[in-house]
Write a protein that binds this ligand. Structure first.
Ligand code: FAD
Length: 282
């Protein structure tokens, strides 16, 4: 099912992200994660695309396992970096063959070896796909605390509006820990005429390493309760439990505040989806 139709049918959409292995094969970890995610019946699962534009085949392999073996509604990520029209056409053919109807279009994480050919921004992919391949439903990324390369949040939201106008029907946010930033972002985007549903991307801070790494990558603000957890630095098991508790509290407050969807960054830890998603299913 297309995610735009899910939002028409449901007050709250619940989804989860997994990543494919770096190389073909080694699918056991992601299959285990999909099995756990399937057990809690998410509305869809999304499968990432390798940084630097590598890994179309592994994304399509995992996406087709999610659909065929587990019957989960699936979104395949696709990036502009290192992408040519020819490469995109063969990926589209592969996704069509596997019955995947949703693509999350992205610029992509840029590595030192990255180059841009026919597409530069996510909006270029969206424009091409919505014109040539209207059979796909297109999703985009957004950043409640602004994309690191944008000078201001306002400039980033202007670019986001251009991306929406290229055919994006739904957005998923970068991870954030401070709900006030999300609610402010909803207000600012609405003022700019962005009316598509915005799903909140939540990553449970299940270890000190996850907290440090994800905050440094995303530039997310760190509220007091997360700083306290970092300072106390409990043992691994206790950190995991408290990370789950904080994520549940954060999601509760988001839903209370009117969030239309929750997208869990699972890092292929199926237990995270099993522990969190059932609490919010209606
Ligand atoms: P864009 O929308 O192109 O924006 C990038 C920057 O360019 C922003 O600063 C924006 O303001 C600016 N901009 C946008 N359009 C224009 C324009 N027309 N003119 C001038 N400036 C413009 N990375 C991966 O490699 N693989 C993945 O699977 C993946 N999944 C992700 C999933 C989610 C939900 C999120 C939030 C991120 C994901 N990323 C992934 C990371 C993402 O690729 C990076 O954050 C990347 O730096 C930006 O991607 P984007 O699609 O937001 O880019």
């Amino acid at each position: 099912m297309k995610t735009c139709d899910l939002f028409k049918q449901k007050e709250l959409v619940l989804s989860a992200e997994v990543f494919p292995p770096k190389k073909t094969g080694n699918l056991e970890g992601v299959i285990r994660a999909l099995k756990s995610i399937k057990s809690v019946g998410p509305d869809f699962v999304s499968v990432t695309y390798g940084a630097g534009g590598e890994g179309a085949d592994t994304t399509a392999d995992v996406a087709s396992i999610a659909i065929d073996a587990f019957g989960i509604n699936t979104v395949a990520h696709m990036t502009a970096v290192n992408m040519t029209v020819g490469k995109l056409e063969s990926q589209v053919e592969m996704l069509n063959r596997k019955g995947i109807e949703n693509i999350l279009v992205l610029r992509g994480d840029v590595c030192p070896t990255s180059r841009f050919f026919d597409f530069h921004h996510a909006s270029d992919l969206a424009e091409y796909l919505s014109t040539r391949h209207p059979e796909f439903n297109l999703i985009g990324a957004c950043y409640p605390e602004k994309h690191p390369e944008a000078k201001t949040l306002e400039e980033d939201i202007d670019n986001l509006k251009r991306k929406i106008d290229c055919g994006i029907t739904h957005l998923i946010t970068q991870l954030f820990l401070d709900n006030d930033k999300f609610f402010r972002f909803l207000e600012l985007t609405a003022k700019k005429g962005i009316t598509v549903p915005i799903e909140a991307g939540i990553m449970p801070m299940f270890s000190a390493k996850t907290l440090e790494h994800s905050v440094s990558l995303s530039d997310a603000s760190v509220p007091a309760e997360f700083r306290k957890l970092k300072e106390e630095n409990p043992d691994e098991k206790e950190f995991f439990e408290r990370g789950i508790e904080l994520a549940v509290e954060q999601i509760n407050a988001l839903i209370k505040g009117g969030a239309r969807g929750i997208h869990l960054y699972t890092m292929n830890k199926g237990e995270i989806a099993e522990r969190i998603l059932p609490k919010f299913k209606k």
